[in-house]
Design a protein around this ligand. Structure first.
Ligand code: HEM
Length: 431
């Protein structure tokens, strides 16, 4: 990286002979992602890499095709439809706590356990698969794919996907595994739908069945198997890695801030009285919601959202030529001192709804914004609040050492080293 040049709130730098513009001001992020969104596309290296894996899924597709898919899929992510997934989320978290408490004082790898937990949740809510059998195969293949994507992004000289290297062979095998599993499930759903005239009972309400039933309002058309496969793969990937990362950072921050943790535990004891949390409890779990939001302010899992202007634009007074790369960054904007007092401090009261602070739109945008805003944001917030509640209600996670853990900014903002913690049962907590 060379040639940093500040231009107000826009920082320009050159990387591998390309001009990159990092925009920090919320007004500029809003221009790129929302107000002038149709002037920008996703032709950046990050999305090109992801496209190899996710093909034409919602995250990577563009133009009229993307719009049609978004219209078809939007209703499946409506709060009323995803509300039914709440019990799956809390019972998966409950099983993890059971595992942990079977051997108390054990040190656990929170990073790996959160990844497994969110993978189980997305597997059950999306495909109703028997994840205890499939998780390893699917999970391994997904992680191979994600590792490949992260490595490809970090490579100085891009390696074409057709190159007969070992890494590419491993990637292709992982993709074949996922394709096979997903297409098999779709085929068996189509057969059972044909036979019984409806989806199988157990999978009636999962996301895949919602996507299979969804129709374009204008044309009445549904999705083909290949389209469904791309969307399932996308949701699998977009829907578990980010949430796991948010959970990992949240445990890290709670352990480092005992007074915040105590207040959160008091809320849980008061709101739940020892019962596992349900969707109906969400309005009483306001402080958990604040903690999760503040955690994603400091460590937004999608720390950068890139775009490419299709024609010249002027952003924050800076002329940006067509074809350059524009990086909007929740990580940078969430720490902008003009909008966040004492920005490095972990303070969930920033999100206290009874003490609202005037901030411009896009001062906080962990889920992106504009037309491409995360379709799973309500699903994710529900999952984060329920999982944090179900776990913190019963046990405490304490850091095994006091070293500062840094972020490893690749496609997502993982912790640079795995977060390991000691688990203990909370005194007086439900068994
Ligand atoms: C804490 C968790 C999550 C974070 C931080 C997050 C963040 C984001 C961001 C920033 C975008 C916008 C990308 C862009 O504009 O280029 C996005 C898009 C997307 N997310 Fe999420 N996400 C999360 C959870 C989920 C979940 C749970 C699902 C699905 C169940 C999901 C599915 C998607 C999809 C399909 C898109 C593409 C939407 C479109 O372009 O129309 N995400 N996410």
């Amino acid at each position: 990286m060379s040639g940093f040049r500040a231009c107000g709130d826009v920082v320009r730098f050159r990387l591998l002979n390309r001009s990159l513009f990092l925009v920090a001001h919320p007004r500029d992020a809003r221009r790129v992602l929302q107000d002038h969104a149709n002037q920008y596309d996703k032709g950046t290296r990050g999305f090109r890499v992801l496209r190899v894996f996710l093909r034409n899924g919602l995250l990577t597709s563009e133009g009229a095709y993307w719009l049609r898919q978004r219209r078809i899929m939007q209703p499946a992510f409506h709060r009323d439809r995803t509300a039914g997934f709440g019990d799956t989320m809390t019972s998966a978290a409950g099983d993890l706590v059971d595992d942990w408490l079977r051997s108390p004082s054990e040190t656990v790898n929170v990073t790996a356990d959160m990844m497994r937990l969110t993978l189980r949740i997305v597997g059950e809510t999306l495909l109703s698969t028997d994840v205890s059998q499939e998780a390893d195969r699917v999970g391994r293949a997904l992680h191979t794919m994600l590792r490949g994507a992260n490595e490809a992004i970090g490579r100085v000289v891009p390696m074409p996907a057709w190159w007969p290297s070992r890494a590419n062979r491993v990637q292709r095998a992982a993709m074949r595994t996922l394709d096979d599993v997903i297409l098999e499930i779709i085929a068996s759903r189509r057969t059972s739908a044909g036979l019984a005239g409806s989806m199988t009972r157990a999978s009636d309400d999962d996301l895949l069945s919602m996507l299979m039933e969804a129709r374009d309002e204008e044309t009445g058309e549904g999705m083909s198997d290949a389209q469904l496969r791309d969307e399932v793969m996308t949701i699998f990937l977009a829907g578990h890695e980010t949430t796991a990362i948010a959970l990992g950072w949240t445990w890290h921050l709670l352990a480092a801030h005992p007074s915040v943790r105590q207040r959160l535990e008091r809320e849980l004891d008061h709101a739940l009285g020892g019962r596992p949390p349900t969707m109906a409890d969400l309005p009483r779990l306001g402080y958990v919601d604040q903690v999760v939001k503040e955690s994603m302010r400091l460590y937004p899992p999608a720390w950068v959202v890139s775009r490419r202007p299709m024609s010249e634009d002027v952003v924050g007074g800076c002329r940006i030529p067509a074809g350059a790369i524009v990086l909007t960054s929740p990580y940078v904007t969430h720490r902008h001192p003009k909008f966040w007092a004492n920005p490095e401090r972990f303070d969930p009261d920033r999100f206290d709804p009874t003490r609202p602070v005037e901030r411009p739109p896009f001062a906080y945008f962990p889920f992106g914004g504009g037309p491409r805003q995360c379709i799973g944001n309500t699903f994710a917030m529900m999952e984060l609040v329920l999982v944090v509640s179900a776990i913190a209600q019963r046990c405490r996670l304490d850091a095994t050492d006091r070293r500062e853990i840094g972020g490893d900014p690749a496609i997502t903002l993982r912790a640079a080293t795995p977060i390991t913690m000691r688990v203990s049962r909370r005194a007086g907590a439900p068994a």
